[in-house]
Design a protein around this ligand. Structure first.
Ligand code: GLC
Length: 654
């Protein structure tokens, strides 16, 4: 938008750019800057407009965008332009992701390069390489406490090797996702060291207080993220003799985004990683970016302004790069991280669907889909040009963050229901085969979350121990059932490394002092490549899961109705054990797939004619696209075996 104040400032800024920048070819940069400048200026003034140095800060911001643009590789600039042309590319059903720790999965970056064929074998074409930046040896929170944002940790390799990985993946049309930990740094980061040494400039990078007056006010309303191991939100730093805000672990210092220098530094870092070849950048812990007394310090309006500003600036320099919002917050809050707009994502194009993930686990424990159905119905429609990252497990714990009102609507009492879920997955409940552990137990509030690998949580670990073939098969069926839903729901399914071969909990973390008090490490395994070889041996657990997923992925990619265009309709079946929805091809009328999942241990029936005009299939032609088989039917009644899913259509796949 053209607006006089911002435009005249833009003219001034362009005149002040250094000659070295001005003599370069900045054609695309200028058109994008012109398009976004009004928004950038208005966001930057909302956040920092009161400051005397506002104009200088704006100039620095533009310089950072220009410099990073000049450093952007020609190949990446071509990708940017191609993606501009096909702006809906990431809504396609052709993308399937996997998240992994480089060391756990492949030893190091060189090892990772050699595993590209494994991704292709499975069908994965988006790889989230979890933090690999320089971090302290012990106090690193799995890499989420960064001590140098521009260097790769020597334990996994070098920056050069990362670029090689990026290139190798790009050749195979595999997207690379990298983390930028925007909310905090390690206390060993240079900024923190200099703050500790007394430099005011760097103390202003963080929230640092002389005494407990302000911290005590914050504590009145701030929840605790790691109540067992890092209670409270402030840490006393002996060397400085001051209190530092540390929302996560005591060694993770929260960055102060009310300081524009911090914003500009972090934007520069985001663009730096975009220029190393990242297609997608995962912005960690975005809900926490703005702090305000008398609030939870999560989901504040300014946190959204910061993300909008990051997006607007990134579009100027590297418009092909997408953002993932890691905001594990209440369902109505998560959706806001797409940015509130009519059509396009104004903040992050992709967001973790933590609501769906937790609801899936609820359905597993209760053997019914009542809360799952209710929770998804309450989830507002996402923007057209934004998509979910749907997952079953990841490197973090499972938080039971669904809405209390939905729990009540589904017929449960919120507090005892959450208790039941924790008991179920930690094996405290009679009959539960799960082997999870409680995580983040807060004695004051009674809250708890759950750690454990997918296989162990669905009972595979205990079933293999007892050697019970029925229980083993049930666990495999559950693994495939849960995955069938993230593959068909709409959005990018994100597998977690090891789950594709049924990796159970790894209890070795207990022997490492730096990990022993964080049981999330039990589901961050060292990938067992020997065991994974069993995926080629017919009849093994590994083979059943791996080939099941491989087939699911291959078939997903051919079903246009699974692309994500708000083309999902939940259907009321009257049978609480079933989760049922219709997906329709946005580009071809009448091309529809009916997804049915049975969470119960007994077969369930579904009367198709009850679904009304939305499910008018030719029953005689009905086929499960996954198995290729015709489902068992009696007249218009469909029978769904225990823990099974169907992707039903009466048409041939193209
Ligand atoms: C994110 C990460 C989690 C980490 C936290 C603090 O939530 O996923 O692993 O502990 O941020 O950085």
């Amino acid at each position: 938008m053209y607006e006089q104040i911002s435009h005249s400032l833009l003219n001034q800024i362009l005149d002040q750019l250094t000659p070295e920048i001005r003599k370069c070819d900045l054609r695309h940069f200028y058109t994008r800057l012109g398009a976004n400048f009004y928004a950038i200026h208005s966001l930057f003034s909302q956040l920092y407009g009161e400051r005397d140095d506002f104009k200088q800060q704006m100039l620095r911001l533009v310089e950072v965008m220009a410099r990073q643009y000049l450093q952007r590789d020609e190949v990446l600039k071509e990708v940017d332009i191609a993606r501009e042309k096909h702006h809906n590319w990431f809504l396609s059903q052709e993308w399937v992701g996997m998240a992994l720790y480089t060391d756990g999965f492949a030893g190091d970056l060189q090892g990772l390069s050699s595993k590209a064929s494994y991704f292709q074998e499975l069908g994965v074409n988006m790889v989230h390489v979890m933090p690999i930046l320089k971090c302290p040896e012990g106090a690193s929170d799995g890499g989420y406490a960064v001590s140098d944002f521009r260097d790769v940790d020597a334990r996994v390799g070098t920056l050069e090797q990362l670029r090689t990985v990026a290139g190798a993946l790009r050749k195979r049309n595999i997207l690379l996702t990298l983390d930028v930990v925007v909310n905090h740094t390690s206390d060993e980061h240079e900024w923190a060291r200099r703050a500790r040494a007394g430099e005011q400039t760097y103390q202003d990078y963080y929230y640092i207080f002389d005494n407990r007056d302000v911290p005590d006010m914050f504590e009145e309303t701030m929840p605790e993220i790691f109540p067992e191991t890092a209670p409270g939100n402030f840490t006393y730093d002996e060397a400085m003799g001051k209190w530092v805000m540390t929302v996560f672990n005591h060694y993770q210092w929260d960055l102060n985004y009310s300081n524009p220098t911090v914003f500009i530094e972090m934007l520069d870092i985001i663009l730096f990683w975009a220029n190393q070849g990242a297609d997608i950048i995962r912005l960690d812990a975005v809900a926490f970016l703005w702090k305000k007394i008398a609030t939870t310090c999560q989901n504040e309006r300014e946190a959204h302004l910061i993300l909008q500003l990051m997006k607007d600036c990134c579009q100027v320099t590297a418009p092909g790069v997408l953002f993932i919002a890691e905001a594990i917050v209440a369902p109505v809050e998560i959706i806001k991280y797409f940015g509130e707009d009519a059509v396009i994502a104004k903040e992050c194009e992709i967001a973790y669907n933590a609501t769906f993930m937790a609801l899936l686990w609820d359905a597993v424990a209760t053997k019914n889909a009542r809360l799952l159905d209710q929770g998804i119905r309450s989830l507002p429609d996402k923007l057209n040009r934004a998509t979910w990252l749907n997952y079953v497990r990841c490197h973090d714990d499972i938080g039971l963050g669904f809405d209390d009102a939905d729990i009540v609507q589904a017929g449960y009492d919120p507090y005892p229901h959450r208790r039941f879920l924790v008991d179920w997955f930690t094996g405290q409940y009679a009959d539960s085969p799960a082997r999870g552990k409680p995580f983040g137990v807060n004695e004051k509030t009674g809250d708890a979350r759950i750690s454990g690998s997918l296989a162990s949580l669905v009972g595979l670990e205990s079933a293999m121990e007892s050697g019970d073939p029925v229980a083993i098969q049930r666990s495999i069926d559950l693994i495939l059932l849960m995955n069938s839903l993230i593959m068909s729901f709409g959005g990018i399914p994100l597998l977690y490394y090891g789950d594709e071969v049924g990796t159970v909990n790894d209890y070795d973390y207990i022997n490492d002092a730096s990990k022993a008090n964080d049981n999330r490490w039990m589901h961050r395994p060292r990938f067992d490549w020997e065991l994974a070889e069993l995926r080629h041996k017919h009849g093994t657990v590994q083979q059943k899961i791996f080939t099941g997923l491989q087939k699911m992925i291959a078939i997903r990619k051919t079903i246009s109705a699974f692309a994500d265009y708000n083309n999902r309709e939940l259907l009321d079946t009257g049978n609480p054990h079933l989760f049922t929805f219709m997906r329709s091809n946005p580009f071809k009328h009448g091309d529809e797939v009916l997804v049915v999942a049975n969470f119960d241990s007994s077969p369930q029936s579904l009367t198709l004619s009850d679904l009304g005009p939305r499910a008018r299939f030719d029953y005689s032609q009905l086929r499960d696209l996954y198995s290729g088989e015709s489902p068992r039917m009696f007249k218009d009644q469909l029978v769904i075996p225990p823990y099974r899913f169907y992707w039903l259509s009466d048409k041939e796949l193209p």
